[in-house]
Design a protein around this ligand. Structure first.
Ligand SMILES: Cc1cc2nc3c(=O)[nH]c(=O)nc-3n(C[C@H](O)[C@H](O)[C@H](O)COP(=O)(O)O)c2cc1C
Length: 408
């Protein structure tokens, strides 16, 4: 038998425990028992000074229900109920840094004093009743702006139609051939947009938001700069990978510099365009490595959105392998997103080290108590408002933790 020194025992014990936990997670994923005793999903996560109680994140979701960029009662209701979900983080929808940077006329914005006051009202009300950390996704839609809400078909509103405007982008290439082309940005326009991002970040700080996600995905402005499908510039902001990354990095620096240094700023990236010769995982890894050196706290790894030609290979957790590569090869915390719907699936993603957190969008709209149900299934605990404690099912006597749930 191999001799083992005394001081190696704890390490060996830990390895054994980890391997049991890992095997259990794999067994769960393969459809085995679901009363797992391990719950990596409910372990806390630290992002800079921001403490998340668990690794379930609510992904940003546009509501197309703002007025001139200002949050309405809908946001109070929508964010209010998601704030009671027990998730580790709630990220507010794509929020435009200028009126021209909105996707639709109903987009949330943070470009005026009125916008700031309206959002401060909503955030203040949520804060009174929930300890959930709140982040905001700052965005500029670029050539995908001036569009109808999805329930009105989502098509472009032409500049001469009511409610429409001329969009702006790295190059005068429309998103699809039948659309009005955007105006190609000159250097002054890029500087204006960079300053708009910084101003919006300062407003977010004044409101007391806990983190900023910079929207660099889904075919919006920063992604348009990254992707050779949208960026045909011949200056130092187009052509090589280094050139295409330049403006998104400048915007990141501006936002990072405008937000309190102890609060995290991270970026959402489309890992691939799903189109040959488009933006890809190699570019994503390169960008993430540079972002890491500039103080980026995490990468939220999504995909697609820049071209109607995209051929996405959809399936449960279809974007997780991209998050796994960013985590393994860059070493930044990663958020995996996309068709993560089952607690056991989410648990296995964290247990197997594929990502540091899971981000859920549609599943959270469908079931805003998803984290409660996940905690019940995985044998974990979740914090809930005292007004709801009596709802705890008899078979889950330990479900609701005594952790403080109320005003921060
Ligand atoms: C109603 C709705 C609104 C969305 N709005 C945004 C948004 O504001 N910003 C963004 O980056 N992604 C947005 N998305 C994409 C989601 O954040 C998420 O990446 C996508 O839905 C895949 O995750 P899921 O399978 O959990 O829904 C939205 C998705 C939905 C369903």
């Amino acid at each position: 038998m191999k001799w083992v020194s005394q001081d190696m025992l704890p390490a060996i014990l830990m390895q054994t425990v980890e391997s049991v936990v890992r095997r259990r997670a794999v067994s769960i994923r393969r459809g085995g028992i679901n009363r797992a005793m391990s719950h990596h999903l409910f372990q806390p996560l630290q992002l800079g000074s921001l403490h998340l109680a668990n690794r379930i994140l609510i992904a940003p979701m546009c509501q197309y229900s703002a007025e001139e960029g200002s949050a309405t009662d809908w946001h109070l209701i929508h964010l209010g109920h998601l704030a009671l979900s027990g998730a580790g983080l709630l990220t507010l929808e794509a929020t435009a840094v200028s009126a021209r940077g909105r996707i639709s006329p109903g987009d949330l914005g943070l470009y005026s004093d009125e916008n700031e006051a309206a959002l401060a009202r909503v955030v203040g009300a949520v804060r009174k009743h929930s300890p959930i950390p709140l982040a905001i996704q700052l965005s500029h839609a670029g050539r995908k702006g001036s569009s109808r809400a999805p329930w009105d078909g989502g098509a472009q509103i032409r500049p001469d139609q009511a409610g429409g405007w001329k969009t702006e982008a790295p190059s005068a290439r429309p998103h699809s051939p039948d659309e009005e082309p955007p105006e190609a940005l000159d250097r002054a326009g890029m500087q204006r947009i960079r300053d708009d991002f910084a101003r919006a970040a300062r407003r977010a700080a004044r409101i007391g938001l806990d983190g900023i996600e910079l929207h660099g995905a889904h075919g919006y402005l920063l992604h348009q700069f990254l992707s050779p499908l949208a960026n045909a510039r011949t200056d130092e902001y187009g052509g090589s990978l280094e050139n295409r990354m330049r403006f998104p990095l400048e915007v990141f620096d501006a936002v990072r510099g405008a937000f309190p240094s102890d609060k995290p700023v991270w970026m959402r990236i489309s890992a691939t365009d799903w189109v040959p010769d488009g933006w890809d995982i190699d570019g994503t890894l390169a960008l993430s490595k540079v972002l890491k050196t500039r103080g980026c706290a995490a990468i939220h790894v999504s995909s697609g959105g820049v071209s109607p030609l995209q051929a996405i290979k959809l399936g449960p957790g279809y974007q997780v392998p991209f998050a796994q590569r960013v985590k393994a090869e860059v070493g930044l915390p990663t958020f995996a997103v996309g068709l993560i719907t089952e607690p056991e699936q989410a648990e296995a993603i964290i247990a197997e080290g594929e990502a540091d957190a899971v981000s859920l969008a549609r599943a959270m709209l469908y079931d805003p108590r998803w984290p409660w149900h996940a905690a019940a299934k995985l044998g974990a605990q979740v914090s809930a408002p005292k007004q709801y404690w009596r709802s705890q099912p008899r078979e889950y006597k330990e479900l609701f933790s005594a952790a403080k749930f109320g005003q921060r």
